[in-house]
Design a binder for this molecule. Sequence first.
Ligand SMILES: Cc1cc2nc3c(=O)[nH]c(=O)nc-3n(C[C@H](O)[C@H](O)[C@H](O)COP(=O)(O)OP(=O)(O)OC[C@H]3O[C@@H](n4cnc5c(N)ncnc54)[C@H](O)[C@@H]3O)c2cc1C
Length: 531
Amino acid sequence: MANETADLPSASAPAKARAALVAWNSAKAENYFTADPDLERVLRRHLGPAALDVERAGLTAFGEESATVLDGLIRENNRDENLPQLRRWNAVGERTEEVIFHPSYAAIGQRVFRTGVIGRYNIPGQDRVQLAYAYLVAHHGEGGHLCPLACTAGLVKLLQARASEALKSQLLPGLFNLDRNCPEHFHAAQFLTEIQGGSDVGANAARARLDGDTWRISGEKWFCSVIDADLYLMTARPEGARDGTAGLGAFVVPRLLPGGEPNGVFVRRLKYKLGTRSMASGEADFTDALAWPIGAVDGGFKAVVEIVLNTSRLYNAVGACGILRRAELEATTYARHRMAFGQPIDQFPLVQRSLEFLRTERRLAVAGTFELVAIADRIALGTATDDEKDVFRLVVNMNKYWTSIRATKAVHEAIEVLGGNGAIEDFSVLPRLWRDCIVLESWEGTHNVLAMQVLKDLHRFNLHEPYSRYIAGMGASAATRERAAVDREETERVLRLPPAAASLEVRALVDRLMVTWQTACWDAVESESAR
Ligand SMILES: Cc1cc2nc3c(=O)[nH]c(=O)nc-3n(C[C@H](O)[C@H](O)[C@H](O)COP(=O)(O)OP(=O)(O)OC[C@H]3O[C@@H](n4cnc5c(N)ncnc54)[C@H](O)[C@@H]3O)c2cc1C
């Protein structure tokens, strides 16, 4: 009907323009999995055809659900009037510290968690599949549930690696429960940041004290995303422990005590945020909150970085990939339907260049990120080589930084393709995705902090050597291998500089290394598909 109106010579100009926009909406992908042959190629490379065939039905079903039902629910959930609210007291004046969500929030969560996106962690090496689902969720940006997924995955892995058998059997069944809306289901949050420092976690002042044989945490946390979670992973300093990160322990703090009352937590307020708005982030004070240590209390932070933050950085990158794909889908379909100067705007070379930029950025980000995810799976399965472990250490930080800034740039470009309509919140999802991107850039490590970590790791472990070997062995094109050789010289030059000069150059170095990494990964996908 819409196209017929658009084609009618007698229709008014506004009617034709409106009909073209209706046609744009009808032309959008109805299945984010089947509409993405490049994802299939990437997954075939990393899972193999047989395992991909096993997963295909689930991914296809969720790809459709994500493009249709979830899209409507997430748009609704993100309307200003439907954002989460804090209700601190109940009717009879008891403190509840409850977050009230619009019903669409639970409906989205139920659909996301029941895919089994977390439940698969009961066997190791499942991130390629888990994160393929997360990518399909991330077509909606954070979507209210990507952060909870990342936090839950991080806690599951930390418990599996470090917790006592008793704590594991107490918490893991709830974390693996796929029915998000039932009382036995748990999802998690992770609170490290305090007002005096997010990057500088060693400045944490929250303290843990042993009361008989029970640990209790007191102090404040400044950024508490998923404040409604059942389980909070928290860093705190046990009494008498050293300063800095080395003295921090890792604890699980249940939000509620067995009787249903808050566990020593007082939520000051919910953050009034730029992005990720349908997920509730708060500021919280803790007073003698019951806490369970995860493994030995000394060395907690090292485990949090290696297991939890690295998991979050993978989820963050996959979040950026999903956003990149959605930006490409929105802009490409729009350009096909929007008319200007008598022709669809995708006929203009400059628009074509924007669309090509979006396609290339998304391809590179997905190829580079899933290569890293595949290495993470080999590490979890115990089959990774030492070189692969080193490559993971280097690229997980660079990739988080790079994918998030490229996603922001790409969404901005997609907004431009939509012209003025691109800036309108209820016309397209792009403004929301763009706001989410800026949060993706910041949390789980800012640009500079990740770049400085890369510099430190390059100095300490010469990680550029295993990185060069890995790229050489990937079947990358001759041009990419030549580029990698120049990267190596450039890295060595930066490492010879005095510290301040090196810190000023490391961002440009990381940018360079990431272009090589992503290109090599995409080359490998293409050469495998050509076989
Ligand atoms: C919406 C949102 C939700 C969040 N949710 C959570 C959460 O649930 N749990 C949690 O623990 N945290 C959370 N955070 C906090 C987030 O992880 C931190 O904001 C982030 O790590 C940066 O810390 P900061 O804000 O203290 O910035 P700062 O550390 O104060 O950094 C400020 C600036 O200084 C730069 N800088 C710092 N150190 C260096 C250095 N050595 N060299 C060069 N530059 C440097 C940084 O790059 C940055 O540009 C959330 C943040 C946001 C925005």
